[in-house]
Design a protein around this ligand. Structure first.
Ligand code: HEC
Length: 161
């Protein structure tokens, strides 16, 4: 009887130890997988989302003409960006949303301004915005209720990044 109990106790200990090991292995595995996935997401970040410079987006902005950079607009835009956008965007790296550097290499100015002014409709109906929402796993850019002038200032600031 004593022996049996001991065997049971030992058995349980082995099983428990076994479980512990397995759990640890599993944890390690998923940690590594997350790391690999994160790396993969970084390297393929732009390839999943279409680049279409002809796409002007959906919203109030039909045409934006960029001339020489206007410094007064840039400083106003920078201030507005700091208060309304940095909760989700960093300029040079991915954060809650995409990095802003080089935005006009992949999006038209009209698209950028319509995304700022009319994100909800863009997320529903525009193919690029839809792909971005997918890439950002459903995290949605929020409407910051900017005026067209404020959005234009920010659009000017983004040119300097
Ligand atoms: C609540 C977080 C949040 C805020 C605030 C926010 N954004 Fe976004 N932004 C996102 C996310 C997430 C995306 C990717 C699209 C999506 O999932 O809606 C995005 C996408 C964008 C894009 C398209 C980027 C690309 O690579 O095509 C631009 C441009 C942009 N945001 C500019 C701004 C500006 C300018 C502001 C401030 C007025 C701002 N965003 C405020 C989260 C945010």
């Amino acid at each position: 009887m004593k022996k049996l109990l001991l065997t049971i106790a030992l058995g349980t200990a082995v099983v428990l130890a076994g479980c512990g090991e397995k759990k640890e292995e599993k944890k390690k595995f998923s940690y590594e997988r997350t790391k690999t996935e994160a790396k993969a997401a970084k390297t393929t970040a732009t390839s999943q989302v279409p680049v279409d410079m002809e796409n002007k987006g959906i919203g109030p902005i039909k045409e934006v003409v960029f001339g020489d950079i206007d410094q007064a607009m840039v400083s106003r835009g920078e201030e507005a960006f700091k208060t309304k956008c940095t909760a989700c965007h960093k300029t040079d790296q991915k954060f809650i949303g995409p990095a802003m550097t080089g935005i006009y290499d992949r999006r038209s100015p009209e698209w950028v301004m319509n995304m700022i002014l009319n994100p909800a409709q863009m997320q529903k109906e525009d193919p690029i915005a839809q792909a971005l929402v997918e890439e950002y796993k459903g995290t949605l850019m929020l409407d910051q209720n900017l005026t067209e002038d404020e959005a234009r200032d920010i659009a000017e600031f983004l040119r300097t990044l």
